[in-house]
Design a protein around this ligand. Structure first.
Ligand SMILES: [Zn+2]
Length: 231
């Protein structure tokens, strides 16, 4: 096998290695906590706190209403019990009862509003909680398939490394150095020759270079410097 062909094979393995390494890096970066799951988890927690706070407000309003009702009952018993006969005292008592009733009506309106809010908050908690479950299931599934992909990529990389070592054994280290240097400079070190043209730089090659390459010698493109490979 000509050196150019060996180098071309080496390059194919190297390019495949590069692309697999890139995929591995990209997939590995997706492993771990999902920002969306974290965001929805925080939202659920804040919606639950909001619901608890509303329930506390509801309870406190209901206690206050009960309290007012028992005060009103006591005062009404006093008012109608016949124990007070002083008209001014009776009027004052009536005023006090009326005031407490107004306060109780206000509280009852407020309690109804809070109950509406509690219902809305309960629906919201269920919605967000369902969304979180869905996202977590999706995330688990994605992590599993990522893990499988990563294992496969690692196996492929190890096969390619092995292939690379086998190719390298048969190439002169000086030529390998030249190849590495060209790869660093140009990305590709070996260019195919197609219809008399270097595919590295798309320049038509002089006949002498083509002949040299055809005979299996290591020839570099006079234009771009890449090693020429005639398939
Ligand atoms: Zn060229």
């Amino acid at each position: 096998m000509s050196v150019a062909k060996q180098l071309y094979q080496l390059q194919e393995v190297d390019l495949e290695l590069e692309s697999n390494e890139q995929s591995l890096k990209q997939k590995a970066s997706q492993l771990g906590e999902s920002p969306e799951v974290v965001r929805v988890r925080i939202e659920l927690s804040s919606q639950r706190q909001h619901l608890e706070e509303l329930k506390r407000q509801q309870l406190s309003a209901e206690w206050e209403i009960d309290d007012l009702t028992s005060k009103i009952t006591t005062l009404e018993q006093k008012l109608y019990g016949g124990s007070i006969s002083n008209p001014k005292e009776l009027t004052n008592l009536q005023h006090e009862i009326d005031g407490l009733k107004v306060r109780r009506d206000q509280l009852e309106d407020k309690a109804l509003e809070i109950i509406d809010q509690v219902e809305l908050a309960e629906v919201r908690v269920v919605t967000v909680s369902d969304e979180l479950k869905r996202l977590e299931a999706e995330w688990r599934h994605q992590q599993q398939s990522l893990t499988i992909d990563i294992e496969q990529l690692k196996a492929t990389l190890s096969d390619l490394e092995q292939k690379r070592r086998l190719i390298l054994v048969n190439i002169d280290p000086h030529v390998v150095n030249l190849y590495q240097e060209l790869r660093r400079q140009k990305g590709t070190a070996v260019a195919k020759v197609d219809q008399g043209m270097c595919r590295g730089c798309q320049i038509s090659l002089p006949t002498s270079e083509l002949q040299q390459a055809r005979s299996g010698n290591l020839v570099r493109c006079s234009s771009c410097g890449r090693i020429l490979f005639l398939a």
